[in-house]
Design a protein around this ligand. Structure first.
Ligand code: 5AD
Ligand code: SF4
Length: 456
């Protein structure tokens, strides 16, 4: 047990706030795992935590501003109670390194995404130092060390697994290659061993994570490529669903489409960030594909798997983006008919090339483009979801209704759509595969009726 010095004996508590992508969520799972091994207990109450960690993102300026404002709040807590330990980790920590300590007083520890599983050692140094100076560990070239590390998964049903770190693509707008460093793939055996252990603990769904999963395996033996990895996981009996994100269009080939089609557990959901529908902008973004190639991938997916869902990321207001460029993005969305789309306003990031590639677009223009794109996409998503009315979909039940509606449960379809259905209040369906007949749908949710429960 861990007790607080000089005060009444009690167990120490931690509070982790996570910003950004699923990779960060997974990093926080490792942090929580190490903390619980050190006998800390999770608390939902920021004001009463003994250790507060902000696991940060810096992909866009807006999220960065949110983090600084939260860090200001934590600094205030630390000022009132100097015994609180305040840590900042993740991509913003890696980008700013010691600058962050100058901007925010009272930070005790700063570490980058590559040091996530060294947290215990970092805390040890902090203790030896008796909190006299800020401890800083930010080296994005440090190799991945995930094997056998303690982890506290965010869900008892779905487990996130990082199969690689970093990114070598250097899209001209993106800060990730600088914060997460170069690509490095984990050995396939290490990944399979971990998934087999998760299967023995009754996990049903595996989400493979990487900035660019389909380039998995570079630097490993020839056999250890993404296609073989998917096929091997597909053989693990207890695992019922396999998902992966993010795919880069430049590496999304026909072989991968066939493996998804043939792998009975590999979900027919492909997240394929388009970013822009204009060849001119794609070229400036250094995306390494053009619209003709992107359409070709979409056609191949649809030919092989007509019911697959395809989702995307699109950014508006890239430097020099003309109204014509933007209209090409709208046209691409109308032609492709994405199931859903994450939309972003471009923001300048340190070290990236994009600010030098064209004139900055006024914020109001960016916002108007974002709203127009969102409106077009909402209509498309609604229409696609409504076309499922009357059909029966497989749902992995996650939990009771998020809105607290009695007798209502929700889960995800294989195509990654949220499906809601009623069932007399009995949690026995949680983590089960069920079939739901769709009765109603909007842009974000399918509403249906439980037809039957799949036998295990
Ligand atoms: N500005 C706005 N959006 C960005 N993204 C990445 N970098 C930026 C940036 N500088 C978006 C991309 C990416 C998603 C995760 O975040 O669309 O796919
Ligand atoms: Fe960033 Fe491009 Fe790498 Fe994705 S592929 S993380 S957008 S550099």
């Amino acid at each position: 047990m861990v007790f607080k010095k000089g005060k009444k004996e009690r167990v120490l508590s931690y509070f982790i706030k996570t910003y950004g992508c699923q990779m960060n969520v997974n990093d926080s799972e490792y942090l929580a795992g190490q903390l619980e091994e050190m006998d800390y207990k999770k608390t939902p109450d920021l004001n009463n935590a003994d250790l507060i960690i902000l696991n940060t993102c810096c992909v866009r300026k807006k999220v960065e501003q949110k983090i600084y404002s939260m860090a200001g709040r934590v600094s205030q807590i630390k000022e009132d109670n100097p015994e609180v330990v305040f840590g900042i980790c993740g991509c913003l920590a890696q980008k700013e390194i010691e600058n962050i300590a100058k901007k925010i007083p009272y930070i005790d520890i700063i570490f980058g995404p590559s040091q996530i599983t060294s947290f215990r050692e970092i805390m040890e140094l902090y203790r030896q130092n008796e909190g006299k100076e800020t401890i800083i560990f930010c080296d994005n070239r440090e190799p991945l060390k995930l094997a056998n590390k303690p982890i506290k998964h965010h869900s008892p049903i779905t487990a996130y697994i990082q199969i690689m770190k970093g990114c070598n693509n250097f899209c001209s707008y993106c800060i990730v290659p600088y914060t997460r460093g170069p690509e490095e793939s984990r050995a396939a055996k290490e990944i399979i061993d971990e998934i087999e252990e998760l299967a023995s603990k009754k996990y049903k769904e595996i989400m493979l994570l990487g900035q660019n999963v389909n380039s998995y395996g570079q630097g490993l033996s020839n056999k250890d490529n993404f296609l073989n990895l998917l096929s091997q996981i597909n053989k693990i009996e207890e695992i019922k669903r396999i998902r992966f994100t993010t795919s880069h269009p430049k590496d999304f080939n026909l072989d991968l489409i066939k493996v998804i089609k043939d792998g009975s557990k590999i979900c027919e959901h492909i997240h394929l960030p388009l970013q822009s529908g204009s060849d001119n902008i794609l070229n400036k973004m250094n995306r390494k594909y053009n619209m003709k190639q992107y359409y070709n991938i979409i056609n191949n997916i649809r030919k092989c798997m007509p019911d697959a869902s395809i989702t995307t990321d699109i950014m508006v207001g890239f430097p020099g983006e003309t109204e014509e460029d933007f209209q090409e993005t709208i046209k691409a969305c109308q032609n492709i008919q994405f199931d859903s789309c994450y939309t972003f306003i471009y923001s300048n990031r340190e070290n990236t090339l994009s600010p030098f590639l064209g004139e900055e677009i006024p914020l109001l223009t960016k916002k108007k483009r974002l709203w127009a794109l969102m409106e077009v996409q909402k209509e498309i998503s609604s229409r696609i979801n409504q076309s499922l009315i009357g059909k029966t979909v497989e749902v992995l039940v996650e939990n009771r209704s998020k809105k607290g509606i009695e007798n209502q449960y929700w889960g995800k379809t294989r195509t990654n759509k949220v499906a809601v259905f009623s069932y007399s209040n009995n949690d026995s369906l949680i983590a089960k595969l069920v079939y739901v007949k769709v009765k109603k749908a909007d842009a974000y949710t399918l509403f249906g009726e439980l037809i039957y429960v799949k036998r295990e």
